[in-house]
Design a protein around this ligand. Sequence first.
Ligand code: AMP
Ligand code: ZN
Length: 113
Amino acid sequence: MDCLFCKIIAGEIPSKKAYEDELVYAFHDIDPQAPVHILIIPKEHIKSADEITAENSAVVAHIFEVAAKLAKENNLSADGYRIVTNIGEAGGQTVKHLHFHLMGGRNFTWPAG
Ligand code: AMP
Ligand code: ZN
């Protein structure tokens, strides 16, 4: 499949790994928008959060468990941080493989742009 993140999971494209297990892979964003900017993705190819169903939703719970662990490892918990997933064109999604941005180390504004 011609998917950038599937290729990263397969090791065909290099990445800076932050965490991996049988269900998920986490790596540092190539163009960080915060001092800590990690992408957490399911190993299963799911296009976006819009494609989450009763059959595949368990991995999302697991991703949030991994996010909390990575946040602690990166000392983000005390100050707070942000988890974002962009969906489709209007949502600003550029890579069509479900991913959660874990961002921290600076203050964020709201509403998001
Ligand atoms: P989104 O715009 O929500 O689809 O996020 C895609 C993210 O993937 C962006 O933050 C990009 O900087 C990041 N990205 C694109 N290519 C790579 C890569 N080869 N390694 C790491 N991160 C990447
Ligand atoms: Zn993929």
